[in-house]
Design a protein around this ligand. Structure first.
Ligand code: UN1
Length: 477
C-alpha cells in the first residue's frame, strides 16, 4: 500500500516516515498508510499559507462560495463511501458515520452562503458629514488542530469559515483519523482552491503545535482540556488569537415530572452512542428522589440492551472505543468509581466479538456522589454515573459543581423548572428534553469555564474568530 501524503502548497508531499490508520473494531485491519510530517513540512505548510494569503485575502466572495459549494456537493454525493471510511477508522456506527459526513457537507454549503453575506455596517459619525464604515477583514493564516472524534465535521466547521472569510489554513488532523482528513483535504484541493490556501500536515506528537502557534496568526483547537489549556497559554503569551473547544462533564437533570421514556432515550443517546466520544456527551445523570428508582431501572435495562459490535455491522448501535488509550481510561474510571462506592447497574466489562477490537460495554454506575472522581474527570467513553438529589435546587447546585461548562440537559414537563434551569446553569448550551449531544451547525457552539476559550464556533458567530474588524472614518471632500 503506498502512503498518502501531506498537502503543502497544492502538492502531495511525502517523507520517509509513515504511520498506519487502524480500525478499532479489528486492529488487524490496516485502513491506510500515511506520510508523517516533520518540522520541515510543518514550516513549509505555514510558509505556503502565508504566501497564498497575499492573494486569497482579496479573492471574491463568489470564488470562496464556489470552492465551498463544490466541495460540499462532492461530500454529499460520496456520503456512503466517506461515512463507511469514517466508521471504519473512528469506530462510530455506519449511520453515525454517514450522518457526520452529511453534516460536513451541509457545513461547507452553509459557509459558502456566509461568504456572500455582507459582514459590515455603515453609521453616521457623531461629527457632521463624517461617515463610519465598519468592515471585517481576514485574520491571516489560521492553524487548525483537530480531534479524532468528529474527524470530518470538526475540520469542516473550522476550515469552511476560515476560507469563507478569506483566510488561509494549516490543518493538523488527529493521528487516529488520517483517512477522513486526507479525503476532506483532497476534495477541497480539487474544488478550485488556489495552491497554498489549504495545507494539511500529518504531524505527530507535539511536533506541529509550537511551530503553528509561532507561525500562524490564529489557532483554533478542539481536544482535551490539558492540551487545549497549553495551546491557549502558549498562544496568548505570543499575542495570538486563539479559540479552544475542550472537554465536558455534561450533566443531565431528570426531575420527578419527566417523561420517563424521553429521559431514558435522551441519556442513552448522549451518554453511550458514538461510544461516548463526544465533548457534548452526558456523563453525570442527576436524578430527583421521586423518579430515581424507576429511572435507573429503565435506563439500566436500556443500557444493557444496546447492541455493541463492529462499527459497520448491521443493527449495531455502539461500536468500539476508538483506541487502547481511551479504553484504558474508561476501565480505570469504572474501577475507581467502584472503589469509591459506586454500584455498576449495567456494563463495566470488556466485550469480545471475534476480532481484536477495543470493545467495552456501555456502563451505568448508580449511587455516586458529586465529589467522586467519576463525577469530576472527563472519561470520553461510554460511562455515565447517577447522582441522586432531593430537588431542582440541589440538582442545579450539583450540575454546576464542575470545572467544565459545555452542554447541560434537563428532562421535565414543567416550563417553570426548565426556565429556572436554563437561567442558572453555567454552560454554553442547554438542552430541554433533548440529548446534551447533537448540535446544529447554523447556531453558536461553545462552552464556559474550563470547556472553552475564545469566541463561539459555527453559525453566524464564526465570523468573530475568523475576521478582524476595521473601522474607517470618511469625510467626503
Ligand atoms: C455534537 O454533539 O453534535 O468534540 C458535536 C466534540 C464536540 C462536537 C460535538 N466538539 O464532541
Amino acid at each position: 500500500m503506498s502512503a498518502k501524503g501531506n498537502l503543502i502548497n497544492g502538492e502531495w508531499v511525502f517523507t520517509d516516515k509513515t504511520f498506519n490508520d487502524i480500525n478499532p473494531s479489528d486492529t488487524n485491519d490496516i485502513i491506510g498508510t500515511y506520510s508523517t510530517a516533520g518540522e520541515a513540512e510543518v514550516k513549509a505548510a505555514i510558509a505556503a499559507a502565508k504566501d497564498a494569503f497575499q492573494t486569497w485575502q482579496y479573492s471574491t466572495p463568489q470564488q470562496r462560495f464556489d470552492v465551498l459549494d463544490n466541495a460540499g456537493t462532492e461530500i454529499l454525493a460520496r456520503k456512503a463511501e466517506l461515512g463507511a471510511l469514517l466508521s471504519r477508522e473512528e469506530g462510530k456506527t455506519l449511520p453515525e458515520g454517514v450522518g457526520e459526513v452529511t453534516r460536513a457537507g451541509h457545513i461547507l454549503k452553509y459557509f459558502a452562503g456566509e461568504a456572500l453575506r455582507a459582514h459590515g455596517q455603515v453609521l453616521d459619525s457623531v461629527r457632521p458629514g463624517v461617515k463610519v464604515e465598519i468592515t471585517r477583514e481576514p485574520v491571516g493564516v489560521i492553524g487548525l488542530i483537530c480531534p479524532w472524534n468528529f474527524p470530518i465535521a470538526i475540520p469542516a466547521w473550522k476550515i469552511a469559515p476560515a476560507i469563507a472569510f478569506g483566510n488561509t489554513v494549516v490543518f493538523k488532523p488527529a493521528e487516529l483519523t488520517p483517512g477522513c482528513a486526507w479525503e476532506l483535504s483532497d476534495i477541497l484541493n480539487r474544488a478550485g482552491l488556489p495552491k497554498g490556501v489549504l495545507n494539511m500536515v500529518f504531524a505527530r506528537g507535539s511536533v506541529a503545535g509550537p511551530l503553528m502557534i509561532d507561525g500562524c496568526d490564529a489557532i483554533s483547537f478542539t481536544g482535551s482540556v490539558p492540551t487545549g489549556t497549553r495551546v491557549r497559554d502558549q498562544a496568548v503569551a505570543k499575542g495570538k488569537r486563539v479559540q479552544c473547544e475542550m472537554g465536558g462533564k455534561n450533566p443531565v437533570v431528570v426531575l420527578d415530572d419527566a417523561d420517563l421514556d424521553n429521559a431514558v432515550n435522551s441519556v442513552l443517546n448522549s451518554s453511550f452512542f458514538s461510544s461516548g466520544h463526544r465533548c457534548t456527551a452526558s456523563s453525570r445523570i442527576i436524578v430527583t428522589e421521586g423518579i430515581a428508582d424507576r429511572f435507573v431501572e429503565a435506563l439500566g435495562k436500556a443500557t444493557a440492551a444496546i447492541k455493541v459490535g463492529d462499527s459497520r455491522a448491521d443493527g449495531v448501535q455502539m461500536g468500539p472505543i476508538a483506541s487502547q488509550e481511551q479504553l484504558d481510561i474508561a476501565r480505570d474510571a469504572v474501577a475507581k468509581a467502584k472503589a469509591e462506592g459506586g454500584v455498576v447497574v449495567a456494563g463495566g466489562e470488556d466485550l469480545t466479538f471475534g476480532t481484536p477490537g477495543y470493545y467495552y460495554a456501555p456502563t451505568l454506575i448508580d449511587k455516586t456522589t458529586a465529589d467522586m472522581a467519576i463525577n469530576k474527570e472527563e472519561v470520553f467513553g461510554p460511562v455515565a454515573s447517577v447522582i441522586r438529589v432531593k430537588d431542582l435546587d440541589e440538582a442545579i447546585a450539583v450540575a454546576n459543581d464542575t470545572e467544565m461548562g459545555l452542554s447541560a440537559g434537563i428532562c421535565t414537563k414543567s416550563l417553570k423548572s426548565a426556565e429556572t434551569f436554563k437561567r442558572k446553569i453555567q454552560s454554553g448550551m442547554v438542552m430541554v428534553n433533548l440529548p446534551t449531544a447533537g448540535v446544529d451547525y447554523h447556531v453558536p457552539f461553545g462552552g464556559r469555564k474550563a470547556s472553552s476559550f475564545g469566541p463561539r464556533e459555527q453559525g453566524a458567530y464564526a465570523v468573530e474568530f475568523y475576521t478582524i474588524v476595521k473601522t474607517a472614518y470618511q469625510l467626503p471632500l
